[in-house]
Design a protein around this ligand. Structure first.
Ligand code: T4K
Length: 396
């Protein structure tokens, strides 16, 4: 591709079919067939079947955690947390997150207290949490983003000093470690996502990890049906069960985790080497971890230096069949119902607002080849070089 040939300016797209963001790992057909033949022969689809049980054991072993409670997706896992922890009143969380983080509080009738983020790491600003705590705050929900982690030590200190609980939305964090300890072992509990776009993929799925036996028993009873283990009285129950089909795929994904992580890291480093020479694109390093899963390539776009704003860059890439995304947009404090019910946050989260306007996620994962990566970077170089022409074409 030469510099005058961008699809947004009328050339042929660089890719014939869409290149998505996300891990999107597909094991070989033979492995699928064999795993699904076993399910067929056992004639057992769901309800803490042998594959779901094996997955829980393998996750526990892999993360070095006492309990891995697999669920049908991370959203339901997060929804189960407030009742399992006995939360009330308000919970502090970052506004820079996926809808599920705040929605899980809404399902429990809890009030979110939105905290700003650290603009360099994109994680919750631990030093600003103290000012948000009042007598109605019962917990902090840290969100471990982008294959990195919040300042876990600072969060644990502020939770302890104020006698409130701490748990994590670690949807992005499977296989990451802090000072050699795997995520899954921090706070009262952590919730991972095993969605198809994540490094551990059950198509849909998730897992709640905790080292607390009592909490684990409550969570298993809330998830309901077989697999509850010890009976514990709980007020609400749900159907958060993971099916055998989901567990079969997650087990294959776990087998191939080291290879997928390595592939991600190699791609991430290639992006880092190329992006540093493109003015206005600043790659975010996974923060606060001793090991990352590198499952995201996240940049901020400086419009003045790059020549295009983030949204016009997304359009430019889309014309080439490259599906970049603007996670997370808008910030949760600007989404319904929070923007209307808690309008006090609208002018209180300047770093979140800036990031929501400039953050972009590029493709990484199993479907991105070395050649594909080269083509994506060449598009970015050309988009910068031809930014004036793109802007004037866009304005027509
Ligand atoms: N907390 C945080 C911080 C989260 O980011 C998330 C989810 C959660 C909690 C809740 O976890 P889950 O309940 O989902 O387990 C995606 C994912 O659905 C979601 O898991 C993720 N975070 C969120 C950030 O992104 P979408 O709607 O943007 O993904 P989707 O399905 O559009 O896929 C992305 C791209 O991949 C598209 O271009 C289509 C393509 N694709 C997708 C799938 C699933 C394919 O080509 N093939 C596929 O099979 O939300």
């Amino acid at each position: 591709m030469n510099a005058s040939s961008l699809a947004i300016l009328g050339a042929q797209p660089a890719f014939d079919s869409p290149v998505p963001i996300g891990q999107l790992y597909f094991p070989s057909w033979q492995r699928y067939e064999s795993a699904f033949r076993d399910i067929f022969e056992r004639q057992y689809y769901t309800n803490q079947g042998p594959l779901a049980q094996r997955l829980e054991e393998r996750v526990q072993e892999f993360l070095g955690v006492r309990h891995g409670i697999c669920v049908s997706n991370a959203t339901i896992g997060l929804i189960m947390m407030p009742d399992a922890l006995g939360l009330s009143g308000k919970v502090i969380l970052p506004s820079f997150s996926f809808a599920a983080s705040a929605q899980s509080l809404s399902w429990a009738g809890l009030q979110p207290v939105f905290c700003d983020i650290d603009p360099d790491t994109h994680q919750i600003a631990a030093d600003r949490i103290g000012t948000l705590i009042d007598e109605n705050v019962s917990a902090i929900m840290g969100v471990n983003l982008w294959g990195g982690a919040c300042d876990l030590k600072a969060l644990a200190e502020v939770a302890e000093e104020n006698g409130i609980q701490l748990y994590f939305d670690s949807a992005h964090g499977f296989g990451c470690a802090v000072d050699g300890i795997s995520l899954g072992n921090f706070g009262r509990a952590e919730v991972f996502s095993f969605h198809a776009t994540k490094i551990l993929n059950a198509t849909e799925g998730g897992c709640i990890c905790t080292n607390d036996d009592e909490l684990a028993a409550r969570l298993r009873n809330i998830r309901s049906s077989y697999g509850a283990g010890r009976f514990v009285e709980v007020v609400k129950t749900a159907n958060g069960r993971m099916s055998e089909a989901q567990a079969a795929i997650a087990l294959m994904s776990l087998d191939d985790f080291p290879e997928n992580r390595e592939n991600n890291e190699a791609l991430y480093r290639l992006y880092a080497a190329r992006l540093k020479d493109i003015p206005g694109l600043c790659l975010v390093e996974p923060s606060g971890v001793s090991r990352s899963n590198y499952q995201y390539v996240v940049c901020t776009v400086d419009e003045r230096e790059f020549g295009l704003d983030r949204d016009l860059l997304i359009e430019t890439l889309k014309a080439e069949n490259v599906i970049a995304r603007r996670y997370f947009y808008p910030g949760l404090h600007r989404c319904i119902p929070y923007a209307t019910d808690f309008s006090q946050y609208l002018d209180r989260l300047p770093d979140t607002d800036r990031l929501c306007a400039s953050c972009i996620q590029f493709p990484i994962g199993a479907l991105v080849s070395a050649d594909g990566f080269e083509r994506i970077c060449n598009i970015l170089v050309s988009a910068h070089r031809l930014s004036a022409r793109i802007r004037s074409r866009h304005a027509e």
